[in-house]
Design a protein around this ligand. Structure first.
Ligand code: SAH
Length: 388
C-alpha cells in the first residue's frame, strides 16, 4: 500500500464544492506511486477518498470516489460505466450514435466513450485513467456488446499528461465508416479520422430542433458533413450547406445521396465572405443554422472570437426574411452562456433587426453538464426569430 497523496485546504475545498480536480499547486505531498488510483488525505490526516493520479499533469488528481473504503478495481469501473450507459437508454429509440460517457459529467473523469451503432470510440485523457484501460475496455465491451472499441487517443490534452497521441484498436475492429441513424436521417461517421470521435454527436438534439422548424430556403453554415443540412432538407424548400473544407463537403455530398435528398446544394466558401456576398446579392432565407468551430480556443483568443461570433450572427440575422428563423450555437468553453447572449444582443442591434429569443438550448442528455463543474459544459445554442 502506497502512502496517500496529501492535499492543501484549498484543494480539499474544491472537492467539497463539487469539483473533482486538484491542481499541482494544491498537492502538498505527491503520492510515491505510478499513475493510477491513489488514496487522498488532507493535512490533518483525514481521508478524502480516491483519485486518479497524473504525475506530469497540471491537473494532478481527479476525484473518483469520496468513500475511503472504495476499491477502485474492475467492479468499480464496471458499476460506474454501467450507470452512465443506463442514463442513455431513452436515446436508443431514435438514434444509434450518442455519447455513453461524458468524463467528469458522469463521474468518470477524463474518460469519453461514444457509441456509433455496433462500435464504441473512447478517449482516455489522463495518465491516471490510462492505467485502467483494460478494465474500462472490458466493461464497455461487456455492457454494450460492441464488436469493436477504438481509442481516439490523438487528442492534444494527452501530451499534457505525458501520454502518446495515437489512434489504436482496444478490442476487435472498428470500420472506417459507420452509418449513423438519427431521428429519421442517416449519415456516415468517420471514427478513425473525423473530428472529435467521428461526428458531432453533441448537436443531435439541436439538429432535430432545427429540422422541425425549418421552412423556405435554408442555410447550413459551417456544415461539416452536412448533418444539420440533412435535417433541414426534410422541411425546407431547399438547403445550401456551406463549409470551407472540400473534404467535409465531399462527405456531405455522400450523406445527401444516402438520404436521397434532391434539394440540397453544397458550397465551398469562407462563411464570413459567403454571408456578406449573399447580403450584397439581396438574398433572403427562411431558416439559417450557424454552427461555427470553437473560435475561442483559450482565454487569450476570447476577444477576437467574440468579434467572429458577432460578425457571422449579425450577417445571418440580416439575411433572414420576416418571420425567418436562426439557430445559432457556440461550442467554445470560454464563451459563457451570458457572453453568448450578450453577443447575440449586440449582433441583433447592429443588424437592425428585432430578434425574438424563442429558445435557449443546453447540452443534451448524453453530454451531462454538472453545474459545479463548469468544464463539463461548453455547448450553448439559441433559436431566434426575425420579428420584422
Ligand atoms: N454543424 C456540424 C459541425 C460543424 S464543425 C455538425 O453538426 O456536424 C465546424 C465546421 O466549420 C468544420 O467543418 C470546418 O471545416 C468549418 N469551418 C471552419 N472555419 C470556417 C470558415 N471560415 N468558413 C466556412 N467553414 C469553416
Amino acid at each position: 500500500m502506497h502512502p496517500p497523496a496529501v492535499i492543501s485546504a484549498r484543494g480539499a475545498r474544491r472537492w467539497h464544492g463539487g469539483h473533482p480536480w486538484v491542481f499541482r499547486s494544491d498537492v502538498v505531498q505527491p503520492p510515491d506511486s505510478p499513475p493510477g488510483a491513489v488514496a487522498v488525505r488532507d493535512q490533518q490526516g483525514r481521508s478524502l477518498g480516491w483519485a486518479l493520479w497524473s504525475p506530469a499533469s497540471e491537473i494532478s488528481l481527479r476525484l473518483l470516489d469520496r468513500d475511503p473504503d472504495a476499491l477502485i478495481g474492475e467492479g468499480w469501473w464496471h458499476a460506474r460505466i454501467a450507470h452512465a450507459i443506463a442514463r442513455r437508454e431513452p436515446l436508443a429509440a431514435h438514434a444509434n450514435a450518442y455519447r455513453l460517457v461524458h468524463g467528469e459529467g458522469d463521474g468518470l473523469p477524463s474518460l469519453v466513450a461514444d457509441r456509433f451503432d455496433r462500435w464504441v470510440v473512447v478517449q482516455l485523457l489522463s495518465a491516471g485513467l490510462e492505467a485502467f484501460r483494460d478494465e474500462i475496455t472490458e466493461s464497455i465491451r461487456s455492457l454494450t456488446g460492441a464488436e469493436g472499441v477504438l481509442a481516439r487517443n490523438d487528442a492534444s490534452v494527452r501530451a499534457r499528461e505525458g501520454l502518446a497521441r495515437l489512434v489504436e484498436p482496444l478490442w476487435g475492429d472498428v470500420p472506417q465508416e459507420i452509418e449513423v441513424r438519427e431521428h429519421g436521417v442517416r449519415y456516415l461517421a468517420a471514427p478513425h479520422t473525423g473530428q472529435k470521435t467521428g461526428a458531432f454527436l453533441d448537436q443531435r438534439e439541436n439538429r432535430v430542433l432545427a429540422g422541425s422548424i425549418a421552412k423556405g430556403s435554408a442555410l447550413d453554415v459551417f456544415s461539416y458533413h452536412g448533418s444539420f443540412a440533412l435535417h433541414l432538407a426534410r422541411n425546407a424548400a431547399d438547403v445550401t450547406a456551406v463549409d470551407s473544407s472540400a473534404e467535409a463537403l465531399e462527405r456531405a455530398s455522400e450523406n445527401v445521396a444516402l438520404n436521397g435528398f434532391k434539394n440540397v446544394s453544397l458550397v465551398q466558401a469562407d462563411a464570413f465572405e459567403f454571408l456578406r456576398e449573399r447580403e450584397k446579392a439581396g438574398a433572403r432565407y427562411g431558416t439559417i443554422v450557424l454552427d461555427p468551430p470553437a473560435f475561442a480556443k483559450n482565454k487569450a483568443s476570447l476577444e477576437g472570437a467574440m468579434r467572429g461570433y458577432r460578425d457571422v450572427n449579425l450577417h445571418a440575422m440580416r439575411l433572414l426574411e420576416t418571420g425567418g428563423l436562426l439557430f445559432t450555437a457556440s461550442c467554445s468553453y470560454h464563451v459563457s452562456k451570458a457572453l453568448f447572449l450578450e453577443m447575440l444582443q449586440e449582433a441583433a442591434a447592429a443588424a437592425g433587426r428585432r430578434m425574438i429569443l424563442r429558445r435557449i438550448t443546453t447540452q443534451p442528455l448524453d453530454h451531462p453538464e454538472v453545474i459545479t463543474i463548469p468544464e463539463t459544459g461548453y455547448l450553448k445554442g439559441a433559436l431566434l426569430e426575425a420579428a420584422d
